[in-house]
Write a protein that binds this ligand. Structure first.
Ligand code: SF4
Length: 193
């Protein structure tokens, strides 16, 4: 759908330069999705793996974020193998709703209520990022935290439009439950993609 070189704005890798590859296609159906134009994979042009790798490595950074849409609707084995061969670190942002494919250096799973994540994808996560939309999401966050590996980093991130209401609750929750960290969509504050 689109590719761009920017700064990772959220989660564990916040602040690091990264080349984003947004793949078209998603049937998860989040009501607050801010990339609804990604849902129809056929609405976007196809790109060859060779062209994606060449565009990604045209910049100084070697971190590549594969996102969507829901990127795991595609078989990501060939793309991630080619990126690794070109010296890139492969990071993924996924809802976890589809079987894991590809070879990853960082897996961020952000579960969605509308299509549950697969247990095996949660077990492989390096980072669990829960978008907090309302108060009940803290219970939901703990249910998913119980399904990740012991070393997985845990983040609570306010849904952008709900941040004024949810941020005080998140701050209190993290102070009481310090295994969690706050994640913010800093790219939106910085006005970068
Ligand atoms: S999983 Fe991501 S792309 Fe798909 S509907 Fe939800 S927020 Fe949008």
């Amino acid at each position: 759908m689109e590719q761009f070189y920017t700064i990772q704005g959220e989660g564990f890798n916040t602040g690091r330069a990264a080349y984003f590859v947004r793949l078209g296609g998603c049937d998860v159906g989040c009501v607050w999705c801010d990339v609804k134009e990604s849902w129809d994979a056929d609405a976007h042009p196809k790109a060859s793996i060779e062209d994606i790798v060449s565009a990604a490595t045209a910049h100084a950074g070697r971190n590549v974020v594969i996102t969507g849409g829901e990127p795991l609707m595609h078989d990501l084995g060939p793309l991630t193998a080619a990126l690794h061969s070109a010296g890139c670190q492969n990071w993924i942002e996924t809802s976890g709703a589809y079987r894991l494919s590809g070879d990853w250096d960082w897996i961020c799973v952000s579960p969605k209520k509308f299509k549950a994540p697969l247990p095996e994808v949660l077990a492989a996560a390096h980072e669990l990022k829960i978008i907090v939309f309302n108060k009940s999401d803290f219970v939901w966050a703990e249910q998913h935290a119980a399904m990740v590996s012991p070393g997985c980093r845990l983040y609570l991130q306010p849904e952008w439009s709900k941040a004024p209401q949810m941020m005080p609750l998140i701050v209190d929750y993290v102070k009481e439950n310090p295994k969690w960290q706050v994640s913010l969509q800093t790219h939106k504050f910085l006005d970068i993609p």
